[in-house]
Design a binder for this molecule. Structure first.
Ligand code: ASP
Ligand code: MG
Length: 410
């Protein structure tokens, strides 16, 4: 007997018929004698609709009420799945975040899970019940208010519940059958991976792969939750394999580059004619940090005449905000001009093998140059490198790197 968490995303619970199909997946595991906690998302499109309603009611809304509104989608699916399970003879009950409780910080709209009491769920298992948990939501105890964990947050609910109840595995059921070497819509030759390490998955998710919420991978890594990404569209009686996210030591065939991620949601800002003296980086980046703008790649050109250029990227959605802050700080920074571009993309190669192999990124620069792709900025770290390029070349660059590192399927 094992203890499992099964998480189903929005497309897997998009309507009552699909919820019935989910119930069959749960029944398969329950019939094996496993203890099962299920975490569900809202029906596909529901959260977007709720967010839109909230904005329509008031552009400048109270974030606490935003959470009260958007958390409701998961309440519906949790109840519906419990009913669908009961109908096929599986004892089940729904749990909302506050009922368990899942305690979070008070950062409404992007709260962090602080602790989960696994005991009530375990008592339910002992009564022979499946626990159906509303993902994405929790409660901020000091105020008693409902919180949500940020878009895509049910992945994090699932992994955190798995850690709290010491589950043997956390299965994330989605509309794809695993984690791919890159987005198969861009590279048809992308391959499903059997396994990927926590660290690589964290980079893949942070750098644009949309399969899991970044924070869920952090939680899985910290608590060593064996997490399995698999498809809910398989035959519930005969499901296929997926991708296991696990410790590095459990990966037999390590590759130098494991995957290629990309993100089109980037914007570039260049400050020209910045004085090359102590304190200028702080003058640029402290106001941005204080305003909550996420700065990513930073390139500073070596100066010849004590003047320098500084290029960096921010999420495209924060571009106007960042520009306004920099214009306001112009007197304290002291730059000649500000240029920006939103039509840029970041393409990254990820692999733990980079730690022990030299020249991995250099090969990419050569391959991209051969294809006429201009690189605007580069960043590297221990297990990844990223290049910033014109957005129009995204697909070409992703395909080029995917073949270069031998990731194409035969
Ligand atoms: N329903 C929420 C969202 O769409 C949470 C989730 O699906 O993970 O962001
Ligand atoms: Mg999701």
């Amino acid at each position: 007997m094992a203890r499992l968490v099964m998480k189903f995303g929005g497309t897997s619970v998009a309507n009552v018929e699909r919820i019935r199909n989910v119930a069959l997946h749960v029944k398969r595991e329950a019939d094996e004698g496993h203890q099962v906690a299920v975490v569900v998302s809202a029906m596909a499109g529901k959260t977007n609709e709720l967010v839109a309603w909230c904005k329509e009611a008031s552009e400048l809304h109270d974030q606490r009420e935003y959470d009260a509104i958007v958390a409701s989608g998961e309440q519906v699916t949790a109840g519906l799945l419990a009913v669908a399970l009961q109908k096929i003879g599986i004892p089940a009950r729904s749990w909302l975040g506050w009922q368990i409780p899942i305690l979070t910080s008070g950062a409404h709209g992007s709260a962090r899970i602080q602790s989960i009491d696994g005991a009530p769920l375990v008592r339910g298992f002992e009564r022979g019940e499946v626990a159906v948990i509303a993902g994405f939501q929790g409660i901020h105890q000091p105020t008693g208010r409902i919180t949500t964990l940020g878009r895509g947050g049910s992945d994090t609910s699932a992994v955190a519940v798995a850690a709290a109840i010491h589950a043997d595995r956390c299965d994330i059921y989605t509309d794809v059958d695993g984690v791919y070497t890159t987005d198969p819509r861009v590279v048809p030759k992308a391959r499903r991976m059997e396994r990927i390490s926590f660290e690589e998955m964290l980079e893949m998710a942070s750098l644009g792969a949309k399969v899991l919420q970044v924070r869920s991978v952090e939680v899985a890594m910290v608590h060593k939750v064996r997490t399995f990404v698999r498809s809910s569209f398989d035959d519930p009686a005969r499901p296929n394999s997926g991708t296991l996210i696990c410790n590095e030591e459990d990966i037999v065939e390590a590759q130098i580059v494991t995957g290629i991620a990309f993100s089109r949601d980037e914007a570039q800002i260049t400050l020209r004619g910045v004085a090359d003296k102590p304190g200028v980086a702080a003058a640029v980046f402290v106001p941005l940090a204080e305003a909550g703008v996420n700065v990513d790649m930073i390139v500073q050109v070596a100066s010849s005449d004590s003047m320098t250029d500084m290029t960096f990227t921010v999420p495209a959605a924060e571009f106007e905000h960042a520009r306004a802050i920099l214009e306001k700080s112009k007197p304290s920074i002291g730059y000649a001009s500000l240029a920006g571009a939103k039509d840029v993309a970041k393409v990254s190669a990820i692999g733990i093998g980079m730690r022990s192999h030299a020249g991995v990124a250099a090969r990419a620069f050569k391959a991209l140059a051969d294809k006429g792709v201009n690189i605007r900025a580069i960043t590297t770290s221990e297990i990844k490198f990223s290049v910033l390029i014109d957005e129009a070349y995204t697909e070409l660059a992703v395909r080029t790197l995917h073949s270069l590192y031998g990731l194409d399927a035969a």
